[in-house]
Design a protein around this ligand. Structure first.
Ligand code: GAL
Ligand code: ZN
Length: 671
């Protein structure tokens, strides 16, 4: 099975799952006695279970015991609550690391990861993969016909704490991977440019995983291939589990929970899942003004990778581990955080975690219920959301978030090409999130899209600074522009090849023809020195950010932005050209939201946006015969959205359209 990963894809969920990750293994029978009833009263219809309990399921090698979990699944089932079970491979038991210490991950400094936390086993290790297959098979076969099992989560947040392994298995597997990819060592030498600094290899067995322990910088081709290999091993690890789960019960919903570094979620990793999960912890951002924008961007980024999503872990309380504790979850936050996620495409929500655990590395991670087993305000808040969700879940489930503006996101290769050769420039995501936030806080319908995705429905697409852009993506963007789209391309796009080397074409490489411009000179602009550069576009002056390019427009391309400072005064900074029914801008500096908005005005494109205070959020989902609008008021004042309500019917909030501070209004218009 392989699913298309368009942002226009619905999640495919048939029911809106509402629940919690549940850890019955941490509690006595007495302490968890009332759980099914309490959950049911809060609207829970699903729990997630088992991801860290391998030691209970296989207490010694080959001895399986699922009786404890059978009992929990049955008791919840009797209350009408289904279970997503998990493959427990995020926390391999001690007998395994004792018997096979070679499965332990190794850091860049050669340090072997000790048993005692989690994620200590290498997902590239053939020995660990074999054990992972065995436990997956055992757990899947055990629950095969259990009607209370809705499906499975694979592992847990693969790569969350550790991404780049240097164990012996990784070196061996990396060599195998390169053999398959390049066939001959000569091809590898050519691809990496090994004639530079005498790096020519005569055999694949000479390949090393690049480490920081070198006098100076490593070969960028080698670094990139290692990052691609590493992500490929994570996909392979998960694939082995999915194959077993699907063969045992093809009806199960299978998902994973991200988003972490070093995983290519837009590749086979997500295409094999029924839905990608995104674990949302908005309170890692302590700045309450920035938090909505940061969270909104994170959801849109997931959609650029794999379409609509579920949230297997939604923050339910302020939490921490041994050396940190994140910002307060104040009354109303759970509700606002929930509806922001749903407004951005979440088709299921589970609150992390049901009850605050009193021991282990997350002692103070506050769940829905406190450590003393008393349901307080957070439980009440969840229960009221559980009721409200029923007012709209039937028509919101499977509907698509509306976007007229999108920022390029979601490509693993482009991201890694930047990470392994950044020149000290801001990364792809920091610029994308700044631009996204600008439009979001001004109440445009903004999202994120991969340049290979179906861009229909978008009016404005902004590709920030992707050094790597593939020719296929250019063809896709060309088609969309020729049909009327407005494209803004940021400096440095298209300058690199898929091998992490510099293109032989004039910049912007593969985008030269579409943008109708070439770069004559370029360099870095230091933001912390007095000398900066500015340019004027139609009477407005903008500062250069981080980078400077002197552009030469092709015939037919207009110079709409002009550098204003000596010695480049009068030279071209921004171009614009008509392409079919659409428009292409190229900016010779790093983009800001303000510049992108200004260029969109020059293009004449008409974008929907609302005149609301900046700390009010608005999002929309379309489908199932309805357009559903979500308004969240983060301000201290009542906000009146009755003017926007139009003929809409309020399904959550005040019918008058008045939204109190920290309040929410959700309304439906028929399509
Ligand atoms: C997630 C993880 C959970 C828990 C939570 C709070 O990243 O999946 O198991 O650790 O964070 O720290
Ligand atoms: Zn390894």
């Amino acid at each position: 099975m392989s699913r298309s990963l368009s942002r226009l894809n619905p999640s495919g969920m048939k029911e809106f799952f509402f629940g919690v990750p549940y850890y019955p293994e941490h509690w006595s029978e007495k302490e968890r006695e009332k759980d099914p009833e309490l959950m049911k009263n809060a609207g829970v219809n699903v729990v997630r279970m088992g991801e860290f309990a391998w030691d209970m399921m296989e207490p010694s090698e080959g001895v399986f015991d699922f009786s404890f979990f059978d009992d929990q699944v049955d008791r919840l089932g009797a209350a009408g609550i289904k279970t997503f079970f998990c493959t427990p491979t995020a926390a391999p038991p001690r007998w395994l690391s004792e018997k096979h210490p070679e499965i332990l991950r190794v850091g860049e400094d050669g340090g072997v990861m000790q048993h005692g936390s989690r994620q200590h086993a290498c997902t590239a290790s053939p020995v660990f993969i074999e054990y992972s297959r065995r436990i997956t098979k055992a757990v899947a076969e055990h629950f095969a016909d259990n009607p209370n099992i809705a499906g499975f989560q694979t592992d847990n947040e693969l790569n969350c704490h550790f991404q780049w392994c240097h164990c012996d298995s990784c070196t061996k597997e990396f060599r195998k991977y390169l053999r398959l990819k390049y066939k001959t060592i000569e091809q590898l030498n050519k691809a990496w440019g090994n004639s530079f600094w005498s790096q020519t290899l005569s055999d694949f067995d000479q390949v090393l995983i690049p480490k920081h322990f070198a006098p100076t910088h490593h070969n960028p081709g080698a670094m990139l291939d290692y990052r691609l290999f590493s992500a490929w091993t994570v996909t392979r690890f998960q694939h082995e589990q999915i194959k077993i789960l699907r063969s045992v019960n093809p009806g199960w919903i299978i998902f994973h929970n991200g988003i972490m570094r070093g995983v290519d979620y837009r590749g086979d990793f997500s295409a094999e899942l029924d839905v990608l999960g995104f674990d949302s912890y908005p309170h890692f951002c302590a700045d309450t003004d920035k938090r909505p924008g940061v969270a909104a961007f994170s959801y849109d980024n997931v959609r650029a990778m794999a379409g609509c999503f579920i949230v297997p872990e939604m923050q339910a309380g302020a939490g921490g581990q041994t050396n940190y504790f994140n910002s307060l979850v104040v009354p109303g936050d759970i509700r606002k955080n929930t509806y922001r996620a749903v407004g951005h495409g979440a088709d299921g929500i589970m609150y992390f975690r049901w009850r605050t655990c009193r021991f282990g590395a997350e002692e103070y991670w506050r769940g829905i219920i406190d450590h003393d087993n008393i349901p307080r305000r957070r439980y009440q808040e969840m229960a009221s959301i559980g009721k409200e969700i029923k007012n709209f879940s039937s028509f919101v489930l499977g509907s698509i978030p509306e976007n007229e503006v999108a920022v390029g996101c979601g490509d693993y290769i482009a991201d890694q090409i930047h990470e392994t050769y950044s020149l000290g420039m801001p990364d792809i995501y920091s610029v994308a999130s700044e631009v996204h936030n600008y439009f979001y806080s001004r109440h445009y319908f903004v999202g994120c899209a991969h340049p290979a995705d179906d861009l229909s429905g978008l009016k404005l697409y902004i590709l920030p600074h992707w050094e790597y852009v593939s020719g296929e993506w250019v063809e896709n963007m060309k088609k969309w522009v020729s049909e009327g789209g407005v494209l803004i391309i940021g400096a440095r796009c298209g300058t690199k090849t898929v091998q992490n080397s510099v293109t032989s074409e004039s910049f912007p490489g593969v985008l030269r023809e579409l943008a109708g411009v070439s770069v004559y000179d370029y360099g870095k602009v230091y933001m912390d020195v007095p000398k900066t550069y500015s340019f004027s576009v139609g009477g407005s002056v903008f500062p250069a950010f981080h980078w400077f390019e002197e552009l030469e427009p092709d015939p037919g391309t207009r110079a709409v932005g002009i550098w204003t400072e000596r010695p480049y005064a009068g030279r071209c900074a921004v171009t614009m050209r008509k392409f079919g029914a659409g428009t292409v801008f190229y900016a010779g500096t790093y983009l800001s939201g303000a510049l992108a908005e200004h260029l969109s005005t020059i293009s004449g494109v008409e974008l929907t946006h609302f005149d609301l205070p900046s700390n009010v959020e608005i999002m929309r989902r379309r489908g199932n015969g309805a357009v559903t609008t979500f308004v969240i008021n983060n301000s201290d004042d009542v906000v009146d959205v009755s003017g926007i309500l139009d003929s809409g019917r309020v399904v959550v909030g005040e019918n008058s359209g008045e939204v109190p501070p920290d309040g929410v209004c959700i309304f439906r218009c028929d399509l």
